[in-house]
Design a protein around this ligand. Structure first.
Ligand code: F3S
Length: 92
């Protein structure tokens, strides 16, 4: 029973439009548990799935929303997006 709850917990999806990342590094400063700087000067979402179009995505728990929302808010070129997977609402 508890395992099912865990499975359904990942409520949000973060998406990094990596091709348009300018390497500002604010995301990694604000949310170092999730964002790290790569040697090519752009950031990566830690443990994310890499897409063919070079975007990256990661499903996160509700408890990790605030940290990633802060990262998204801090990005000067708005290449970090968050979607509520339950409602399909694009938050940022
Ligand atoms: Fe890139 Fe924005 Fe982070 S430009 S390095 S995603 S703050």
């Amino acid at each position: 029973m508890e395992e099912q709850v865990t499975e359904q917990k990942k409520k949000f999806q973060i998406l990094h439009d990596r091709p348009n990342c300018i390497g500002c590094a604010a995301c990694a400063a604000v949310a170092p548990d999730f964002w790290t700087m790569h040697e090519d000067g752009k950031s990566d979402i830690v443990g994310s799935k890499k897409n063919d179009d070079e975007t990256e995505e990661l499903d996160i728990d509700e408890k990790d929303y605030n940290e990633n929302k802060e990262a998204a808010d801090s990005c000067p070129v708005n290449v970090i997006h968050i979607t509520n997977k339950e409602t399909k609402e694009k938050i940022i």
